[in-house]
Write a protein that binds this ligand. Structure first.
Ligand SMILES: NC(=O)c1ccc[n+]([C@@H]2O[C@H](COP(=O)([O-])OP(=O)(O)OC[C@H]3O[C@@H](n4cnc5c(N)ncnc54)[C@H](OP(=O)(O)O)[C@@H]3O)[C@@H](O)[C@H]2O)c1
Length: 306
């Protein structure tokens, strides 16, 4: 596993992180094995949210920490708040403080390393958020702050009032779902791929040293699931297969290597719950795709180059 220091912090993080969204229906023993495997493979970064499994994901992970308190100082734990599923987004002081309180209890920990605001709240008052960040930091409950699914201007607005740097923006990105890359490549063209849907978030994050954490890196879409071995993505799977053969690895590792190859220094959050899949994926850390291979994968996902 390779590591990097998250800009504007002293946090040394693994280039690949484990996402815990899908562990809610696993047993404590299964999650214990997954966490042990991650740590053995050099993954020290774990991503959560208060809403995963309605809190169950954090709770099961917390059971593992209760059993193995010695794991805590080997881990960077990130969680998110701000979504009330099906009802609203909520960046109010009361909601954020309550979320953090509940996450700390479920996770059996005294502090969260990084707290992300999960999705933009239309009623966000950045002054209030700044106040809450300050309180959480002063109380020692949260070390660093970031966001997820935020545009550059939404980040600027938060940053205008908060003295704590926004260090992370977690965004949907895979070879197939590559909106933030497509618009840059197709700028000034009439085609739909040229449409800037995120305010130039990729370049903004690079300019401001905000680490992008791709989520759903193996997914085509919610409805289709993973593109690995999916019949709708035969061409992509052929290229993945050939590169997996060349690098003596698996298609999933090549798909993650595609993200790691981008010079923005992204930290993919992988969401497997399988020890075998995780062992395959971590191999991506040692693969350096060539420039042509990176573009071959992009083109194989049926996107144009102008
Ligand atoms: N910020 C946000 O809005 C947001 C949204 C969604 C997710 N996330 C975060 O991102 C993390 C990753 O998201 P995700 O779970 O959708 O990502 P993912 O890594 O693209 O998907 C993992 C899923 O793909 C399956 N899969 C099928 N074939 C696989 C293979 N060969 N190798 C590995 N996995 C394979 C896994 O099944 P197995 O378990 O059987 O391997 C698992 O169900 C989440 O855990 C969460 O932390 C954030």
């Amino acid at each position: 596993m390779k590591y990097f220091t998250i800009p504007k912090t002293d946090i040394k993080a693994s280039r690949i992180a484990l996402g815990c969204m899908r562990i809610a229906d696993k047993s404590v023993e299964e999650v214990e094995k997954l966490v042990q495997c991650a740590l053995n493979e050099g993954i020290n970064f774990f991503d959560h949210a208060d809403i995963y499994g309605g809190g169950k994901s954090e709770a099961i992970f917390g059971e593992v920490l209760k059993k193995h308190p010695e794991y805590r100082n080997k881990m960077i734990i990130q969680t998110k708040c701000g979504i009330v599923p099906g009802k609203r987004y909520d960046f109010s002081k009361e909601h954020i403080l309550q979320c953090v309180h509940d996450s700390l209890e479920r996770l059996h920990t005294d502090y969260i390393d990084i707290l992300l605001l999960h999705r933009p709240d239309a009623l966000c008052d950045p002054r209030v958020v700044a106040e809450v960040f300050d309180q959480l930091y002063q109380e020692g409950k949260v070390r660093c702050f970031g966001v997820s699914n935020h545009t550059p201007l939404q980040i600027e607005l938060l940053q205008k009032y908060s003295k704590y740097p926004i260090i992370i923006n977690q965004l949907q990105l895979s070879i197939v779902h590559s909106v933030m890359i497509d618009s840059g490549l197709n700028m000034n063209m009439k085609e739909a791929f040229a449409q800037d849907k995120d305010g130039g978030v990729l370049d903004y994050c690079r300019l401001n040293e905000i680490t992008i954490q791709p989520w759903s890196s193996l997914q085509a879409s919610w409805s289709e699931g993973t593109f690995i071995d999916h019949p709708n993505y035969q061409k992509l799977n052929d290229v993945l297969f050939n590169l997996a053969d060349k690098y003596q690895t698996t298609k999933s590792a090549i798909a993650i290597a595609w993200l790691l190859r981008h010079p923005a220094g992204m930290q993919p959050i992988v969401g497997t719950t399988s020890v075998d899949h995780l062992r395959e994926i971590v191999k991506a850390s040692d693969i350096q795709l060539t420039r042509q291979e990176w573009y071959d994968l992009y083109l194989a996902s049926e996107k144009p180059l102008p």
